[in-house]
Write a protein that binds this ligand. Structure first.
Ligand SMILES: Nc1ncnc2c1ncn2[C@@H]1O[C@H](COP(=O)(O)OP(=O)(O)O)[C@@H](O)[C@H]1O
Ligand SMILES: [Mg+2]
Length: 257
């Protein structure tokens, strides 16, 4: 299954992407975890140590590599370059590994000018198409609210778009906007994960304000999640209750009620 995680900044996209990847890995699945959020902290949340993490650069910043693959010349970005660069070796060569998880850090899409056809965007989008269409492991993409990495034609290979919300109106407004974007991109299934839930009313608030999007599950507000973020540890290793909640979320994806 290929899933993408989106939502307003700070709602817990990276936390939840990392938890899902770790749970799937623990359950015996191979996982490709894609960091497509400009904040780029997925490797650390998965549990990859800082010194290990420092060994890789986001693909979007690897200028020479991008030039080599696309044939683009520096300073000549108006010129010709390949629209179908070789990408199939990238997930295995340029990723970090943790248990059964491979983590690939993409970096952000260049938004310069409407519909910018920069070589780095072409490479990233081709890579994501390849991953979504061809790879046979679980794919979890941590993205921002704009869904910029998904081209038309590629997005429909996302089996599930999961929008993370917290019990506040701003993140729900963002979720409703993302649902519209998803419709334009032809993504079939959009659902919510309610994060930072501390009481029954929090869930009710989410349900009442987003009545048309199904809720896949919830994750409680838990200071150990924030603490592990601060300490550079994975929230997955923090507590059994966190693992149980994420298990229930993933199981409702695998076995929809
Ligand atoms: N359920 C939770 N309980 C407590 N803190 C959380 C929870 N989920 C996320 N956080 C904290 O909120 C902050 C933002 O989370 P993050 O996953 O980085 O958000 P995003 O990727 O959406 O910007 C982090 O400090 C994280 O540890
Ligand atoms: Mg993030």
């Amino acid at each position: 299954m290929k899933i993408a995680i989106s939502g307003k900044g700070g709602v817990g996209k990276t936390t939840i992407s990392a938890l899902i990847a770790r749970y799937l890995s623990d359950s015996g699945y191979k996982v490709l975890a894609i960091d497509a959020d400009p904040a780029m902290n997925l490797p650390g949340q998965i549990g990859i140590k800082m010194d290990e993490e420092k060994k890789i650069k986001p693909l979007s910043s690897m200028k020479e590599f991008i030039e080599e693959r696309t044939g683009a010349k520096r300073g000549e970005y108006g010129g010709f370059f390949k629209m179908n660069p070789k990408v199939d070796d990238i997930p295995d060569t340029y990723s970090l590994t943790f248990d059964r998880i491979k983590v690939l850090v993409l970096g952000s899409i260049n938004k310069g000018g409407g519909g910018c056809f920069c070589p780095e965007n072409v490479l990233l989008k081709n890579l994501l198409s390849y991953i979504l269409i061809e790879r046979d492991e679980w794919v979890v993409v941590d993205m921002d609210a704009g869904l910029e990495h998904l081209g038309r034609g590629t997005a429909k290979y996302v089996d599930r778009l999961i929008v993370v919300v917290e019990p506040g109106i701003q993140s729900i407004k963002t979720a409703l906007r993302i649902k519209e974007l998803a419709k334009d991109l032809d993504i079939g299934s959009v659902s919510l994960i309610a994060n930072k839930i501390s009481k029954e009313e929090d869930l009710v608030f989410v349900k009442e304000n987003a009545p048309n999007i199904p809720i896949l599950g919830y994750l409680s507000l838990d200071e150990r999640i924030r603490d592990s973020d601060r300490l550079g540890l994975s929230p997955y290793d923090a507590d059994a209750k966190i693992r149980e909640e994420i298990a229930s979320i993933v199981n409702s994806m695998i076995r929809p009620q």
